[in-house]
Design a protein around this ligand. Structure first.
Ligand code: NAP
Length: 275
């Protein structure tokens, strides 16, 4: 079984970002907004800031109190939308329950929306037009490209239909001529469907969701899930799947680094388009 580690695949995305930065008259500036002290958000934002600085981007993290009003958050976004010194804007999710996440995501100028969640970017993705792509699905595609995993004509089964992972990944896989099935919590015969996958993607958020009986021998399995189990980070895929699959992404160290690397590339792409 081949272990599809994220580091080398992420490095090629980061190199692309560094190379493209050289041709820009400005150093792209990423602004990340975080509300409150949710430990996972603190850790994800720290990672993004660190990676941005490492590759030579400008990075600013705006930390606001948990009880920040929606109006105050929208005012900050308006300010960043209008600033020539903000090329990429990302509001870390989840947001506290008194704030409407969709209102906030829709307020970010589409050309600065480096998470690719604005309806205009989502629509363009589905129409096959040039868009800022959501980082995890685009990172998954870059992982497939790096390890030369064929997608054209293959059956890709995506377990999970969130707006962040499952749905946009379906659009991207279609753009690569895969035949795509999207499964979810109401899918009645998941093991049967999963067993027909050449490429099986798990984006559920529950450890052990994908068991060996759900995997066709030789299939490629991409584990997007990040779960905490007995104090350790694990994916959605049962470790015994290693005996059945031809290739599997580890957790941690698989899709996670691809997501961060694609955010860096998106920031550079956004800056290019704003010139
Ligand atoms: P989400 O919004 O909670 O969506 C989970 C999806 O899984 C839903 O579509 C849900 O179906 C489906 N589901 C739940 N239980 C299921 C079951 N027993 N069988 C089949 N489908 C089931 O989560 P998300 O934001 O997409 O994230 C999914 C996982 O990926 C999480 O662990 C998250 O931490 C991780 N993640 C990792 C990265 C990374 O960079 N590595 C990035 C983003 C997310 P319904 O729609 O029917 O409820």
């Amino acid at each position: 079984m081949i272990e599809l580690t994220g580091a080398p695949a992420a490095e090629s995305l980061l190199q692309q970002a560094r190379d493209r930065m050289q041709n820009l008259p400005v150093v792209p500036h990423l602004h990340v907004v975080r509300l409150g002290e949710d430990p996972a958000s603190v850790s994800y934002v720290r990672l993004k800031d660190k990676k941005a600085r490492e590759i030579g981007l400008q990075s600013t993290v705006h930390v606001l109190p948990e009880d920040t009003t929606e109006a105050a958050l929208l005012a900050l976004i308006d300010n960043l939308n209008g600033s020539r010194d903000a090329h990429g804007i990302l509001v870390q999710l989840p947001l506290p329950s008194h704030i409407h996440a969709q209102t906030v995501l829709e307020r970010i100028a589409p050309e600065k929306d480096v998470d690719g969640f604005h309806p205009r970017n989502v629509g363009k993705l589905w129409l096959g037009q040039e868009a800022l792509l959501p980082c995890t699905p685009a990172g998954i595609l870059a992982m497939c490209d790096h390890y030369q995993i064929p997608l054209s004509g293959k059956h890709v089964v995506i377990v999970g239909r969130s707006n962040i992972v499952g749905k946009p990944l379906a659009a991207l896989m279609l753009s690569r001529d895969a035949t795509v099935t999207v499964a979810h919590s109401r899918t009645s015969n998941l093991p049967e469907i999963a067993r027909t996958a050449d490429v099986l993607v798990a984006a559920v958020g529950r450890a052990g969701t994908i068991t060996p009986d759900m995997v066709k021998p030789g299939a490629v399995v991409l584990d997007v899930g990040v779960n905490r189990k007995d104090g350790k980070l694990v994916g959605d895929v049962d470790p015994a799947v290693r005996e059945i699959a031809s290739a599997l992404t580890p957790v941690p160290g698989g899709i996670g680094p691809m997501t961060v690397a694609h955010l860096m590339l998106n920031t550079v792409v956004a800056a290019e388009r704003q010139q």
